[in-house]
Design a protein around this ligand. Structure first.
Ligand code: HEC
Ligand code: HEC
Ligand code: HEC
Ligand code: HEC
Length: 371
């Protein structure tokens, strides 16, 4: 964010003091001749990248195309073929071929004809899938129905294991079965991520049980379920803030060895003790198992401060990236992040991004219509 502000500041200063370069109109038909001779094999005559990883040039911002060809010529941006080609070109050749490609209508990228759903992050896909669970488990997994567990903040591996246990019949509940059938492994993992990053809501004390009496009974539970029932192990469920009635039935199921199989030392506990344990865990302060991942759209809002083609940016040659080839976007973003392509601005923008985030923002822009 600091870098972003810096960038905006710099651009304001630059706008104030640069003279616009005297524009020489490009000779578009001379540009086409150069394109036919030298560029067609990779960029086509319609400006479409001929293979994954080759950028579309059609309708690109001409100042940006000019700047990048000069970068290849001077070697500040490296690509063997382009270095050789641009070395042999005069300023007028470069101006003309750029004029040609910039004048073309934007290409429709047929490789990204899927809907925007494919551009959603795993978190957003999980959120969409989880909508059908909300009638019982509550919006965001905050259950308000006694006997139905909250899923908000739950550990992701445990979540997946629990869903599988219902599906393979080792845990049974007929009411939920219809909703769970048909979930793929990927669905489960996406939902696990979504729920894990919901911040659970602290509960009011239940109508039964004595939390104070329950606390000492949980001494041996904390080693696995964490202090106060906030688990730090992805396969062990958090109990803090869980619905008390659900806790009672789950603990009883262990005690009575009816449905669940973990070898917990609950044998011999009385119903009263179990209610006290449940009351204790229900009112503990819960915590999300995972930080909320930033979505591709949220990220794109930051990028659009410079990359929105509707925003005039006379001080900077900012390329259009909507509808660009996805592999090329991936490559370019990784190159900035890893310092392999020079642009201090883009390097600073992409520095904190993981490969999955870069993947989702690249998919997002590739799936946008080119303008
Ligand atoms: C051998 C295939 C090939 C040929 C021939 C070729 N290019 Fe490229 N071009 C590429 C690739 C690959 C990239 C991306 C390289 C990179 O990552 O910097 C690229 C990038 C560019 C870029 C930067 C675009 C951007 O979005 O940053 C411009 C401009 C460009 N080429 C123009 C041309 C012109 C003009 C010609 C003909 C004179 C040409 N290229 C010939 C493969 C080619
Ligand atoms: C008709 C109501 C209902 C619907 C719809 C429903 N559930 Fe459930 N779910 C329950 C109940 C009740 C339980 C407690 C069952 C038990 O005691 O084992 C439960 C338990 C669970 C658990 C175990 C939680 C834990 O802490 O062990 C998971 C995971 C789960 N549901 C996931 C889902 C998902 C994912 C969906 C949507 C695809 C869904 N449920 C839809 C009622 C529902
Ligand atoms: C050795 C580690 C371990 C200890 C000790 C342990 N648990 Fe667990 N517990 C687990 C694991 C792992 C699961 C999930 C596996 C499963 O359900 O089969 C689980 C599941 C549960 C569940 C079900 C949660 C849900 O959302 O469905 C409850 C309730 C529970 N434990 C309560 C307790 C209590 C109370 C104690 C102490 C008396 C205790 N556990 C001690 C490991 C442990
Ligand atoms: C402060 C303005 C600014 C912001 C914010 C910004 N960019 Fe850029 N971006 C630029 C500039 C300037 C360039 C051209 C740099 C160069 O010449 O290599 C660029 C280049 C790119 C390129 C290379 C395109 C091509 O055709 O080679 C991609 C991809 C890109 N940006 C993606 C993003 C993404 C994704 C974000 C948000 C995470 C973002 N940018 C945020 C200014 C910005």
């Amino acid at each position: 964010m600091r870098y972003l502000l810096l960038g905006v500041l710099v651009s304001v200063v630059l706008t104030g003091c640069t003279d616009k370069q005297e524009a020489v109109a490009p000779d578009i038909s001379a540009g086409r001749t150069i394109a036919e001779a030298n560029c067609v094999g990779c960029h086509g005559l319609d400006g479409r990248g001929a293979a994954p990883g080759i950028p579309h040039l059609a309708a690109q911002v001409s100042e940006y195309l000019l700047a990048s060809l000069h970068d290849y010529q001077e070697g500040t941006r490296t690509h063997a073929a382009l270095r050789d080609l641009t070395e042999a070109m005069s300023d007028a050749d470069i101006r003309n071929v750029v004029g040609y490609y910039a004048s073309l209508p934007p290409v429709k990228d047929t490789t990204m004809k899927e809907t925007q759903e494919t551009a959603l992050s795993p978190f957003e896909k999980g959120k969409a899938r989880a909508a059908v669970c909300a009638s019982c488990h509550g919006e965001g997994g905050h259950s308000k129905v006694p006997g139905t567990p909250s899923l908000a903040g739950q550990q992701p591996l445990y979540f997946v294991a629990a869903v599988r246990a219902y599906l393979d019949g080792s845990r049974s509940i007929s009411t939920m079965e219809a909703t769970l059938r048909g979930l793929s492994n990927l669905d489960m993992q996406n939902m696990a991520l979504y729920y894990a990053s919901q911040t659970p809501i602290q509960r009011d004390p239940p109508a039964f049980g004595d939390a104070v009496a329950g606390e000492p009974l949980t001494a041996r539970c904390g080693g696995c379920h964490g202090a106060g029932g906030v688990s730090h192990d992805a396969a062990t469920p958090s109990l803090a803030g869980q619905d008390a009635q659900y806790l009672v039935s789950a603990i009883k199921a262990y005690r009575d060895r009816t449905t669940r199989h973990v070898d917990v030392m609950l044998v011999g506990s009385s119903d009263k003790q179990i209610e006290d344990i449940a009351a204790f865990y229900a009112v503990q302060k819960p915590k999300a198992a995972q930080d909320k991942p930033i979505s591709a759209q949220e990220l794109a809002k930051k990028c659009d401060r410079c990359h929105d083609p509707a925003v005039e940016n006379p001080a900077m040659a900012v390329p259009k990236i909507g509808g660009q080839n996805k592999d090329y976007l991936l490559m370019a973003l990784r190159a900035y992040r890893d310092g392999k392509r020079e642009s201090s601005m883009m390097h600073n923008m992409s520095l904190p991004y993981s490969d999955t985030l870069i993947e989702s923002v690249a998919s997002w822009y590739a799936s946008q219509p080119a303008r």
